[in-house]
Design a protein around this ligand. Structure first.
Ligand SMILES: [Zn+2]
Length: 262
C-alpha cells in the first residue's frame, strides 16, 4: 500500500554570493529507522539538502540544525530551539517508525534512481513560474520508499522561514497567500494552508513545500525558492509549535492528483 507524506523541491540559477550566514548541521542520533533502502548516509543526504537550498536562497544568519531520528508521528518535524543575535538553532526529526522504508540515497547529488523530471508551470499573478519539479521512482529501492532527501529539503524549508511560528510568515500568509514583493515574480500570490505548506489544491503537483509522497523525489521549484527568499529567516524563538510534515488528508489529495496524471 502506497503511503504518502507532506513535504516539498527546485533548481535554478541564483547567485549565492550574498550569503553571509552559515548553516551547520549536527547529527544527534536517535532510534534507528525500522526499514531503509539504498544504504546511503543520513548526514550526506542532509548536507546535500542544505547545499541545494544554499544555492538559491541567501542566508544572512548562522543557523545550526540538529537532525536525527525519533517518533514524531509524521514523516518529519521541524522545531526552532533558540535564537540569538545573528543566529538561531532548530531541530529536524525524521520518523523512525514509518511502515514504508526510507530511501537513503547513496549518491544524493544525483537522481539516478528516479525517472525524468516533471516540470509544472503556473501563473500566480505575475507570470508563469515553476511550481513543481518532481521525479517518479525508477529503481526498485525507491518504489514505495520515502525519499529522505526530499523530506530533508522540506524540513530545511521550514527552518529557513516558512514556518507557522515565524511572525514574518504568519503576517504574510494571514490571508491564505504568500505575496511575493521582490524578484522576477513580484506580485505573485502563492496559496498556502495551515502548517506553512503550499495549498496542493491550488498549486500544481510537485512542490517541495506542499508535500512529499512515497515513491518520488521532489526538487526545489520557483515557488519554494521565492517564498523562502521573502522571509529570509525565522524571527522568533523558541518556536511554540513545530512544523509537521505529514498531513494525511492532504497527502491523499496529492496521491489522487498524482494518480490522475500518471
Ligand atoms: Zn512541512
Amino acid at each position: 500500500m502506497k503511503q504518502s507524506f507532506l513535504a516539498c523541491v527546485c533548481a535554478c540559477a541564483f547567485s549565492a554570493a550574498a550569503m553571509a550566514g552559515v548553516i551547520t548541521v549536527e547529527y544527534v542520533g536517535g532510534p534507528s529507522p525500522m526499514n531503509t533502502t539504498g544504504g546511503g548516509n543520513v548526514s550526506d543526504i542532509v548536507n546535500e539538502a542544505v547545499y541545494m537550498w544554499e544555492q538559491v536562497v541567501p542566508n544572512t544568519e548562522n543557523i545550526t540544525l540538529e537532525f536525527g531520528w525519533g517518533n514524531s508521528g509524521s514523516a518529519g518535524e521541524y522545531t526552532t530551539l533558540a535564537r540569538g543575535d545573528g543566529w538561531y538553532s532548530g531541530r529536524i526529526i525524521f520518523d523512525s517508525t514509518l511502515n514504508c522504508p526510507w530511501f537513503l540515497d547513496p549518491t544524493p547529488f544525483a537522481n539516478t534512481e528516479y525517472g525524468p523530471a516533471h516540470v509544472e508551470m503556473q501563473n500566480f499573478g505575475a507570470g508563469d513560474m515553476i511550481a513543481g519539479r518532481w521525479m517518479a521512482a525508477a529503481a526498485p529501492e525507491t518504489v514505495n520508499a520515502l525519499d529522505l532527501l526530499s523530506v530533508a529539503e522540506h524540513e530545511i524549508g521550514h527552518a529557513l522561514g516558512m514556518s507557522m511560528s515565524n511572525p514574518a510568515y504568519l503576517q504574510d500568509a494571514a490571508d491564505g497567500f504568500v505575496e511575493l514583493s521582490s524578484g522576477p515574480f513580484a506580485g505573485s500570490s502563492l496559496p498556502v494552508v495551515n502548517g506553512a505548506h503550499f495549498n496542493p489544491l491550488l498549486t500544481p503537483y510537485g512542490s517541495v513545500m506542499s508535500g512529499v509522497n512515497a515513491g518520488e523525489r521532489r526538487l526545489l521549484s520557483d515557488i519554494d525558492i521565492w517564498a523562502m527568499r521573502e522571509f529570509g529567516s525565522i524571527t522568533a524563538s523558541p518556536e511554540p509549535a513545530p512544523s509537521v510534515l505529514v498531513l494525511l488528508s492532504l497527502a491523499s489529495i496529492l496521491l489522487l492528483r498524482h494518480a490522475k496524471k500518471t
